[in-house]
Design a protein around this ligand. Structure first.
Ligand code: GAR
Length: 219
């Protein structure tokens, strides 16, 4: 069976992208990265994939009149690489209906909070300011809202009294690196069924532990 082809969109450092690459290279993720696209030509995400021989593209938003024009270009590129699943990995742009209708329930995002709490930006700081005792991360399908799509998987971390935005972000990021490749693997295995807002994981063996907060993932 041909491997699922991923198109990864990243704006920043790309540590989630690295976690996906590591899982592919160690045989834990039956996918291949067809292309990595960034809206920032100097993003470290693009640099880090070069040594893995992965194709990259940079698309700058300022060359387009509006967000739809930018997304039309993204769709063109993603289709030219025969992408099956679009993976937003630190992609700091709100996507439009143009991208969503081209890849319905085939765009995933990772967000560094427990949605529906703290959508948007600077969310680790917001969780601290609010006084939340737990935060975490969420992998979800992307719909037309901001961080509102059906939730696939979440992981929880404690918020400690002496946390700063940096220490909390680092604790959350560690969990992101664990659950994002896992969510993609569930998709690749055809095990995600979307029923309205709920995403059901099919054939969920008990030994996979608590999916909602998978402290131990299966090998
Ligand atoms: C991650 O924490 C990711 O959850 C967040 O940006 C960071 C990217 O890190 N994404 C968002 O906030 C999306 N709204 P990375 O580039 O090292 O993967």
């Amino acid at each position: 069976m041909p491997k699922l082809r991923l198109g990864v969109l990243a704006s920043g450092s790309g540590s989630n992208l690295q976690a996906i690459i590591d899982n592919i290279e160690s045989g834990n993720l039956p996918c291949e990265i067809a292309v990595v696209i960034s809206d920032k030509p100097d993003a470290f995400a693009l640099k880090r994939v070069e040594r893995h021989g992965i194709k990259t593209e940079a698309v700058q938003s300022k060359t387009f009149q509006n967000r739809e024009g930018f997304d039309t270009e993204l769709v063109k590129i993603l289709n030219s690489y025969n992408v099956d699943l679009v993976v937003l990995a630190g992609f700091m742009r709100v996507v439009t209906g143009v991208l969503i209708s081209a890849f319905p329930m085939r765009i995933m995002n990772i967000h560094p909070a427990l949605l529906p709490s703290f959508p948007g930006l600077h969310v680790q700081e917001k969780a601290l300011e609010y006084g939340a005792k737990f935060s975490g991360c969420t992998v979800h399908f992307v719909d037309e809202g901001v961080d509102t799509g059906p939730i696939i998987i979440q992981a929880v971390v404690p918020v400690l009294d002496d946390d700063t935005e940096e220490t909390l972000s680092a604790r959350i990021l560690k969990e992101e690196h664990r659950i994002y490749p896992y969510a993609i693997r569930l998709f690749a295995e055809g095990r995600l069924e979307v029923k309205g807002r709920r995403v059901i994981v099919k054939d969920h063996p008990k030994d996979e532990g608590a999916m909602e907060n998978p402290q131990v993932l299966p090998k």
